[in-house]
Ligand binder design. Sequence first.
Ligand SMILES: [Zn+2]
Length: 82
Amino acid sequence: MSDRSKIREILIRNQDTWVCSSVFLREHFIKDYAQRISEIRTEKVNGFSIDIQGKTCDIHNHKQHMYKLSIIAPNYERTTLF
Ligand SMILES: [Zn+2]
């Protein structure tokens, strides 16, 4: 599995939850996670667009980033929910 697929899978598994980049770095030894994430940002999940937010990690005492993937459902799908 490529580094990009690994990161993508981790972010999708933790959908709408912040994932610290130390997971990619320390558990999977992916140093260029930021580049891979910018590639994943342009992809789709099951045909849906995705949004990946980033911010400075606020759960550890370090200056790394954390990322959160959200799947953007099309409008018609949202309106049928209510
Ligand atoms: Zn962290």
